[in-house]
Design a protein around this ligand. Sequence first.
Ligand code: SF4
Length: 552
Amino acid sequence: MPPTSASTGAAASRRPRRGEGQWALGYREPLNKNEENKKNDDGLNVRRRIIDIYAKAGFDSIDPADLRGRLRWYGLYTQRAPGIDGGKTAVLEPEELDDRYFMLRVRIDGGQLSVAQLRAVAEISTAYGRDTADITDRQNVQLHWVRIEDVPAIWEKLEAVGLSTTEACGDTPRVILGCPLAGIADDEVIDATPEIQRVHDDHIGSPLFSNLPRKFKTSIAGCSVHCTNHEINDVAFVGVTGPDGAPGYDLFVGGGLSTNPMFAQRLGTFVRPDQLSEVWAGVCSVFRDYGYRRLRHRARIKFLVKDWGAAKFREVLEKDYLGYALPDGPAPELDPGTRRDHVGVHRQRDGRNYVGFAPRVGRVSGTKLARIADLAEAHGSDRVRTTADQKLVVLDVADDRVDSLVDALEAEDLQVRPSTFRRQTMACTGIEYCKLAIVETKARGISLIDELERRLPDFPEPITVNINGCPNSCARIQVADIGLKGQLVTDRGTGEQVEGFQVHLGGGMGLNAGFGRKVRGLKTTAAELPDYVERVLRRFLEQKADGEAFAQ
Ligand code: SF4
């Protein structure tokens, strides 16, 4: 339901002198280039142009407003032209950083893949993406080196198995996070699969939500260890047992990292499963109408939630959008927040097993994904899941097939019993492909894991090390034990500017929720990174009290 005329009238009378571009307060004129582009044409309309024009006429035919804007509505970003170092990221014009190839993000809502779907993604990677594939910490798969000419064929292949790239990027409702164990975990509060499906079917690709102030990240899960990190999503529905004993959801809004990180605020409402899609649309509509559009860096919902507070947000949602009050509800149980990744072999509630395993920093390949599909199928499973920690899980494995699957995965370097470092190090895309990056991340993350495994074998603590290539937080640096923010730093030996990291220490979620401390001067060059992390970890082991976590 849109805002009532009474509420918009009242809102307009409260119109601040210097507006933030909120539509509901009457600021409908675009206040920056991005808003102008979105007003000129809905991002969803670019699909037709890709099929009819760009794929036929090639890269040079792409309208610049589509190239650096609307293509994102279908998961396409130009990747970084090779060989441009991080020092040039901020000084070159966007077109000087553009490669003629694209990163393509395939949305995998709830991280749920059948073997056929995984195989389709694998085949697209090998046929059109130079065999590249990364599992992201939002359960997507990203491919690289994609040509615009091949996009229609890629969509055809994806859509034939029920996948898409619609609203995988852009100022839209992005992929919906869900627990990879939804429907199979013994201790889940609720299986959120129907609600994820419903929100997807009702709202993704709808022109009602295709022009948001900025991206909008959703998590819907009944996972007992909160593996989808509701604390840092724009909207999150967290499984709880309701006042009448039936399961439903607690509602959080306004979580986000990057600059001005904020944990999501609890609205204190109970949402029944059959209401969830409508409530999701209400929250998204509040963001669409009241979100700040003037400045891109203030356009996430967290800024609105911070200014309004949870009580006002709830009031506007209920009165102006839902038209009814939601009942109060209980808060979810807190979990220790240290390991949410579902790695290892564990029992399902139907007596079969799930097998979670860890590539390094999410990096796989089309060939490897095809191999995982083959292995799952050969071991009696038709269900593979991506996790929000750049990992994968095969479901439904019978007792007598587990050992064989574990051995076969480990033979592919996909470890089911990984070291702490393999298990809990994540890296964003970084300078290899990302135009915003200042430093390399994936290869560096992989070599850091190898070094730490060699130097600190059997390290006993669940330490997270997250590596970002720039001040954004795609790999969640502020909530890692050791968060590494890519930047240029001064090499003490040569005095030159080299790739390095600002270090954040002691972040976490769950019981230990807090943002890592950025200690002034705490920086390391990339070359010194393994030495630096080793020193921090050894000191922690020497000085920690019994049972003390890194973040305490
Ligand atoms: Fe790119 Fe920065 Fe995000 Fe890494 S954190 S993927 S470098 S925008």
